[in-house]
Each structure stands twice: as structure tokens, then as C-alpha cells.
Ligand binder design. Structure first.
Ligand code: TYD
Ligand code: MG
Length: 454
């Protein structure tokens, strides 16, 4: 007998045979909801080649040209897409509500339209008057973008069938519903089936489709992770509330490097590109202060200088605090442990706060040494020498490992007026670049050299 219901997690989409309070797959609480089972539906059209036949990989390479790409002219977006928009591709843009997804995609639609593509923007959240008002505010009221306000999937597919656009933006996937699926809009089955229909339609018609997905906090509405596996490219739009910077980050891209970021600034007239983010992220920096260290990082293909700030203070609590913004908390714990075990510098009884300035999130292990430097500098109340950048990965033994793209990091540092770099020995530094290099083999050597301790 067929099962009548299943349960799935609205955060990650994992299915479960029974309800429970916590999803084993992703650890989210109260995210599991009951779902009507998906009907088998008609077999989907195959994506290329004849059904039931295989071909040689080499044949494919000679038969098919590299994908055609269109540049929007918004460089930060084009780079994150891997060098422009690929036709017949499916893109997911996820992000917190209110972060600026609709703003970004309306601008993108207008730019692609200006580049000669036929663009349709489907809004399931705002009325056409609202979208028009937004467009006016952004100076795009004359842009040749077709607007539709629909939530019924069948109507949308009909519209797209008639309009035959090159790019369709669906804002948002959580508001779309298919009338043949027996559950409420926003549920895992609805979101999945809408995404499936739209992406297969797009592949079949040679259209690019952009699905907007809100990152959801409560378990009633399915989040964008539920459809990540169905699309070619997954972008997340991030930023701290209260900061005007926004980062568009590729976390999956079949047509370009993942980890690429684009930097924008939210202004009164929409999003503005930030083509020199290092300068922007360091713009608030004053004289070197204890606890502040500049990290020469790489985000995607581009070097990026950011400031790590640490504060270390005696803790009034029985258990000392470890608070991190913009970096990985468990990585911080690891570095504190290495400092204690390998350099004899304890942080017990001290509260530790670590922050990346500007609201950007850094994921690179090469930031280890900059974090250690910030922690030590805060603890010893001693500023690092002026105009110094720091980078390198720390291993559990306390040894320092060279980071990739050392030369690019140094070049960016030199360009922004930095004159010294502290980095792991055996790094491939390249020639000159106007930055003097201080090579360290291990963390205790670094502590001794820079802070005269350890
Ligand atoms: P929006 O694109 O609606 O976010 P999302 O689609 O991700 O939910 O952005 C909403 C926020 O952006 C809102 O708080 C107002 C702000 N905003 C500006 O600051 N300037 C602008 O030009 C626009 C259009 C929005
Ligand atoms: Mg929106």
C-alpha cells in the first residue's frame, strides 16, 4: 500500500518517515512538516541527446559550443555568474527577507534588457504598482522589462510560453503554487514542484530562469536550500543589517568558480557596485589600534583586504564568553587552543570578541594568522606595526602553512599602501611589489618576533 504522507524538513528538504522535533540531517528545530506525497507526474523531457542513448564525452565536447553568455554590464554580478548569464540555465538567489534581492534582480532585469535580452519579471509578492514605484525610485521606469504579478504556476508558464523571454525572474519561489500539488504555498512540496517545473521549462525553451528564495527562520515555509540541487547556480545575497554593504556570493556554479563574490552598496537609488571593496572595507580604519589587524584575503578570484578586530577582557562570568561576527566560531576556539597549547598563552577567564569590520563574512583558513594576531594584540594591548597585513593558515601543531595566491594578496596590499606583510615561510611571494615580507615558520616564533613574548 502506498504511504499517504511523508514528512520533510523545510530548512534542508530532507525527507523523514516520521515527525520529530529536530531534523537529523541539518539540525534545525521545529522544521519538519507533514507533506502530501509528490505524484509521479509525466516523465520529464531529457535535457539533451536522444532518450535512452548514451554518447561519448568527447562527442559532446565537439558537438556543443561553450555556453553563450550575456553580460549585464553590472560587473559585480557578471563576475559572480562566472562571466555573464548563461542561456537556458537556472539560478537561485537566496537571502534574508529585506536584504535587497528584489532590488538587485530588478536592476539585473533592466540591465539584461538593455543588453538586448527579453526579460520578464514575475512578482508574486508585490503588486505591479509597487514594483513600478521601486523601478521609478531606481531610475528604471523606462526599462523594457515585462512585468507580471502572478502566483499560479500554470498561469506563469502560460505567460512565459507566450512571451518567450530570454530571462525570467521569479520573485519569489515561495509564493508560487501549483494547483496539482495538494499542499499550501510555501511548503516543501510546493516549492520543489514549482522549482522543478520552472527549471525544466527553462531548459526546454532555452530560457534562463532566476528563482528568488527567502531564507526562512520559522519552519512553516520552505527555505532556498530545498531547491539548491535543482539549479545550476546558487547565489546568496548577504549583509549585516545596519550596514549598507551587500555581498553576492556564489556557493555553487556549474558555469564558473564557486566562492566568487560581488560587492554592492545599498543606496537610496538601489544597489551600487563597489569595484574596489578593499578600500571600502578599510575606509573607517584609523591609526593602528590594539586588537586590529588587516588580513589580506582572497574571495573567489579577487584579493580582498579586511580588518579583523578583537577585544579581550577579564570575564565577570563563570564561563568566559566567545563571541564572533563574520568568522567561524569553532575555528576561533581552535586558534585559542593552539595559542594556549603551543605558545603557552592562556585565554581562560578572559572574554573574547572577534569581529570582521564592514559586515562581511570570511571563510578562508588563511585568516587564521590574522585572527591569532588580533587576539594577541588585544590581549597584550599592543598594536601591530603600522601598514602591516597578515595571512597564513595555522595547523594544530602551531606550524604555519602558506596560503594560495600569495602574490595577489601582496599586490593588493601594496596597491592600498601597505608596506609590510607577515606570512608563513615558504610562501611563493614573487618579486618585490613594494611590500617587505616577514616569514614565520610557526606560531610561537610569530608571537616572539611580533609581541616579544612566548
Ligand atoms: P528588497 O529588494 O525589497 O529586499 P528583498 O527582496 O530581499 O526582500 O529590499 C528592501 C530594502 O532595501 C528595504 O529595506 C529598502 C531598501 N532599499 C533601499 O535602501 N534603496 C532602494 O533603492 C531600494 C529599492 C530599497
Ligand atoms: Mg523581495
Amino acid at each position: 500500500m502506498a504511504k499517504s504522507t511523508t514528512f520533510s524538513c523545510s530548512a534542508c528538504g530532507a525527507s523523514h518517515s516520521k515527525w520529530s522535533g529536530r531534523c537529523d540531517a541539518c539540525g534545525a528545530w521545529n522544521s519538519i512538516t507533514e507533506e502530501a506525497p509528490l505524484s509521479a507526474g509525466p516523465a520529464s523531457k531529457s535535457l539533451g541527446g536522444k532518450r535512452g542513448r548514451t554518447m561519448e564525452l568527447t562527442d559532446l565536447a565537439t558537438q556543443e559550443d561553450p555556453p553563450e553568455r550575456t553580460l549585464s554590464g553590472i560587473n559585480e554580478l557578471d563576475r559572480v555568474l562566472g562571466g555573464g548569464l548563461v542561456g537556458a540555465s537556472a539560478i537561485l538567489v537566496g537571502g534574508d527577507p529585506g536584504i535587497g534581492k528584489s532590488t538587485l534582480l530588478l536592476q539585473a532585469a533592466a540591465s539584461f534588457a538593455a543588453a538586448g535580452l527579453k526579460a520578464v519579471y514575475v512578482s508574486g509578492e508585490e503588486s505591479s504598482a509597487q514594483v513600478r514605484m521601486r523601478a521609478q525610485r531606481m531610475g528604471l521606469s523606462e526599462a523594457p522589462v515585462k512585468l507580471a504579478t502572478e502566483t499560479n504556476l500554470r498561469d506563469i508558464l502560460t505567460t512565459l510560453e507566450v512571451e518567450k523571454p530570454d530571462i525570467a525572474i521569479i520573485d519569489s519561489i515561495q509564493t508560487m503554487w501549483a494547483d496539482n500539488v495538494d499542499s499550501v504555498p510555501g511548503s516543501v512540496s510546493q516549492v520543489r514542484s514549482a522549482a522543478h517545473e520552472l527549471t525544466t521549462f527553462a531548459k526546454r525553451k532555452g530560457m534562463a530562469v532566476v528563482l528568488v528564495g527567502h531564507v526562512t527562520k520559522d519552519g512553516q515555509i520552505a527555505g532556498p536550500r530545498v531547491v539548491e540541487h535543482m539549479v545550476d547556480t546558487v547565489l546568496y545575497f548577504e549583509g549585516e543589517r545596519g550596514h549598507q554593504f551587500r555581498i553576492l556570493r556564489a556557493v555553487k556554479n556549474r558555469f564558473g568558480p564557486a566562492d566568487e563574490i560581488g560587492v554592492f552598496e545599498m543606496t537610496g537609488e538601489g544597489l551600487a557596485e563597489v569595484s574596489n571593496p578593499s578600500a571600502l572595507f578599510l575606509s573607517d580604519r584609523e591609526e593602528p589600534a590594539p586588537g586590529s589587524v588587516v588580513f589580506a584575503g582572497i574571495e573567489g578570484t579577487r584579493p580582498l583586504l579586511v580588518e579583523f578586530q578583537a577585544l579581550v577582557a577579564p570575564s565577570p562570568h563563570s564561563q568566559a564568553r566567545r563571541t564572533v561576527v563574520g568568522w567561524d566560531g569553532s575555528r576561533l576556539a581552535m586558534i585559542l587552543a593552539v595559542l594556549e597549547a603551543r605558545c603557552g598563552i592562556p585565554f581562560t577567564g578572559l572574554d573574547v570578541y572577534l569581529n570582521v569590520a564592514g559586515g562581511i563574512r570570511i571563510g578562508e583558513p588563511a585568516a587564521d594568522l590574522a585572527v591569532a594576531a588580533a587576539l594577541l594584540s588585544a590581549r597584550e594591548d599592543a598594536a601591530l606595526p603600522k601598514e602591516t597585513v597578515v595571512f597564513g593558515e595555522i595547523s594544530l601543531s602551531g606550524a604555519l602553512r602558506p596560503a594560495g595566491q600569495t602574490e595577489n594578496r601582496l599586490k593588493e596590499a601594496g596597491k592600498l599602501g601597505f608596506t609590510r606583510a607577515i606570512l608563513p615561510a615558504k610562501s611563493k611571494t614573487g618579486s618585490g611589489l613594494g611590500v617587505s615580507v616577514m616569514e614565520m615558520t610557526d606560531l610561537s616564533g610569530f608571537v616572539g618576533e611580533v609581541f616579544g613574548a612566548g
